[in-house]
Design a protein around this ligand. Sequence first.
Ligand code: 5GP
Ligand code: MG
Length: 174
Amino acid sequence: MAINTDSVLVSHEEIVQMLDRVSAQINHDYEGKSLVVIGILTGAFIFTADLVRRLEVPVIVDFMQVSSYQGEFSTGLLKIKKDLSYDIKDKDVLIVEDIVDTGRTLALLKEQLYKREPKSLKICTAFDKPSRRVTDLKPDYNGITIPDEFIVGYGLDLDGMYRDFADVRIVRKE
Ligand code: 5GP
Ligand code: MG
């Protein structure tokens, strides 16, 4: 089976426009404050880097690596593969994610991070696939809403590949 990534869904120009729009909203909402930005590895590494360079508020940048899985008797469990380096108690925190799909990962992560008593906790995602949602998770800042397709590029991968594409493409298996 061959992988075809010829179909561009979001151009680089559209991504740049999205970055300008989302960063302007964040700059407006957090004016006079400072932020702890938590990039979710690995997919959000490029979005996080592009976003923080557009922020006008002081930021601490940190990263977490997490995955969610279905437990036998529970609705979902969160595995933390890399935890934060900083304490977020009483801080304004912004989680930066590549894509929200079912919403399971971020719903569980939010629950975990609330236990650390941040002053506020919001979510910013580059891409949103609301048609696949199984939780009531709603990103506070959404870059681009996409249809129910598997996408790669701009940090998003297929088996570790294609993260380097400057645009976003639909994966077709032929
Ligand atoms: P959720 O818990 O919201 O279902 O899972 C979200 C995670 O699944 C994302 O952080 C991302 O790692 C992965 N994911 C969901 N949709 C896609 C997609 O279209 N392309 C890629 N590359 N990863 C996806
Ligand atoms: Mg992810």
